[in-house]
Every structure is written in structure tokens, then in C-alpha cells.
Design a protein around this ligand. Structure first.
Ligand code: B1M
Length: 221
């Protein structure tokens, strides 16, 4: 595909999410697959750019919640089409261990966590995604039952990020902290926050989350 056509395609993806056009977002996601486009670029420069822009408009008071919800629905619809394809990316042939992911209690933001999961799956990890608004006890029980190498906790609200700390505290109480590496992510988190709550790492995007996990597990490839 020529560069100009590709740019126009990617811009349509951005606009579909920005304008909350769910059907258009699905159509564009399917076209991207049919055209053999690089799905990581499609995701980052197309759909993600749209949801970021919607978030900025919401923060500036130019978008109201219903518009933000429509943008999020369009983003999720595109993600549902792309996710299975991203799981088939080349890295997916290696099996590198189990990862549990969850968005913490009280927080329904699951787009970023789902993308992180897709990238980790594409990198060869077995991902168990517990979903969003997951009760701390469910997270702890899953860690005990599944014995993952990594527990990844996402939080997008300043009011819910404390659950990341509460879960780490519960792991300590249950004697499981040394058996699993814990990473945190989501807009309000940071390296400093991760250090403060005793997490093993933080990353601010899905690609970096994979690098972080590879590093924590001593994977060099
Ligand atoms: Co909400 N929301 N939202 N929202 N929302 C934010 C987070 C907000 C910053 C918007 C704003 O005011 N500018 C703000 C939080 C303010 C704060 O706490 N400081 C906010 C608010 C206030 C709210 C409500 C309270 C609004 C209301 O009801 N009045 C409400 C909360 C509901 C709840 O959770 N209890 C709410 C609701 C919603 C929608 C339902 C409309 C929708 C969510 C839909 C869904 O996820 N199913 C939504 C959305 C879409 C957003 C924004 C616009 C976009 C979030 C997103 O999906 N981004 C967001 C503004 C923003 O972040 N700029 C906002 C795209 C996604 C790919 O990025 O999630 O950052 P992100 O994930 C990245 C990285 O952070 C990182 O990698 C991902 C991929 O690169 N990452 C990890 C994420 N998790 C990781 C985990 C890791 C590693 C990396 O390891 C485990």
C-alpha cells in the first residue's frame, strides 16, 4: 500500500474512534487485516490516537461523558477485531510463562490492559486476563491457584490506584509476594509510585510492558 493511502487509512481509524463510529471502526480494523497492514502501527497511530484525542477533549470540557463512552465503544469494537490477529504475531510461537492481568477494583477502564495483554500474548506469554473492576480477593486467589510468573495490575483513576498497593500488601500477608513479580501501569501510576508500593516495575505503554516483563524474567530475546 502506498504511503499516502496508508496515512489516509490510519487517519480514518483515528477519526472513527474520535467520532465514536463503532461500525466504521470495525470496518477499518477488518480492512487493516485484509490489507496486511502492520497491526501495531494501526493500533498506535490509528485507533489509540483517536481515544487519546477523545480523552483530551473530555479533559478540556469539549467532550461530555456520552461522547467519551461512544469513543471508548468504538475503540473496544476495533480492539475486539484486532486482538485475535495480534495474538498470531510472530512472537506468539514461544511459550514463556504465565501472566495474570487485571484492572483493579472500582475501575472499569480496560482498554489499555487489554492491549497490554494482546502484546504479551503476541510475545509468547500465556495471559490470563481477569477483566476489569476485579475484587482484590479474586486477584489474590488467582495468583495462589495459577502461580503466574507475573501479576500485572492496571489502574486509570487516582482513586483506584491504591488498590495496586492493597493487593501487594495482601500478597505479603498471604506469603506469596516472593513467588510473583508485580508490575503496575495506567495513567496515574509512575516509576516512583511502583517503588513506593513495592511493585517490581512500571511501564507507561504496552510495548514497554513487554520489555519490562522480559527483563524481570531474564529473557533476552
Ligand atoms: Co475515564 N477517565 N472515566 N472513561 N477515561 C480517564 C482515566 C481520565 C484521565 C479522563 C480525564 O479526566 N481526562 C479520568 C481520570 C481522572 C483521575 O482519576 N485523575 C477519567 C474519569 C474521571 C472517568 C470517570 C470517573 C468519569 C465519570 O463517570 N464521571 C469514569 C470512571 C468509571 C470507573 O472506572 N469507575 C470513567 C469512565 C470512562 C469510560 C467508561 C467512558 C471509558 C472507559 C471504557 C473502557 O475502558 N472500557 C473512559 C475512557 C476511555 C477514558 C480515557 C479517555 C482513555 C482511557 C484509555 O482507554 N486510553 C482516559 C483519559 C486518558 O487516559 N487520557 C480516562 C487508551 C489506553 C490504550 O491507554 O489506558 O493509558 P491507557 O493504557 C496504556 C498505558 O497506560 C499502559 O499501556 C496501555 C497501552 O499503551 N498501561 C499499562 C495501562 N495499563 C497497564 C498495565 C501494565 C502496564 C502498562 O502492567 C500491568
Amino acid at each position: 500500500m502506498q504511503d499516502l493511502v496508508k496515512d489516509a487509512f490510519i487517519d480514518k481509524m483515528r477519526m472513527a474512534v474520535l467520532e465514536g463510529e463503532e461500525d466504521e471502526a470495525v470496518t477499518m480494523a477488518k480492512k487493516a487485516i485484509d490489507e496486511g497492514m502492520d497491526l501495531v502501527t494501526v493500533m498506535n497511530e490509528g485507533f489509540l490516537a483517536g481515544i487519546r484525542e477523545a480523552g483530551e477533549l473530555y479533559a478540556a470540557g469539549d467532550y461530555y461523558l456520552p461522547e467519551l463512552v461512544c469513543s471508548a465503544d468504538a475503540m473496544k469494537a476495533a480492539l475486539a477485531v484486532l486482538d485475535p490477529e495480534m495474538r498470531k504475531l510472530p512472537g506468539g510461537v514461544k511459550s514463556s510463562g504465565k501472566i495474570i492481568l487485571a484492572t483493579v477494583k472500582g475501575d472499569i477502564h480496560d482498554i489499555g490492559k487489554t492491549i497490554v495483554g494482546a502484546m504479551m500474548t503476541a510475545s509468547g506469554y500465556e495471559v490470563i486476563d481477569l477483566g476489569a473492576d476485579v475484587d482484590n480477593s479474586v486477584v489474590i486467589q488467582s495468583v495462589i491457584a495459577q502461580e503466574p510468573l507475573i501479576l500485572g495490575l492496571s489502574a486509570l483513576l487516582t482513586t483506584t490506584m491504591n488498590e495496586q498497593k492493597h493487593i501487594i500488601d495482601s500478597l505479603i500477608e498471604n506469603g506469596f509476594r516472593s513467588k510473583v513479580k508485580v508490575i503496575v501501569g495506567g495513567a496515574p501510576a509512575s516509576h516512583e509510585w511502583a517503588r513506593k508500593i513495592g511493585a517490581d516495575g512500571y511501564s507507561d505503554n504496552a510495548m514497554d510492558a513487554v520489555r519490562l516483563v522480559n527483563g524481570l524474567l531474564g529473557r533476552t530475546d
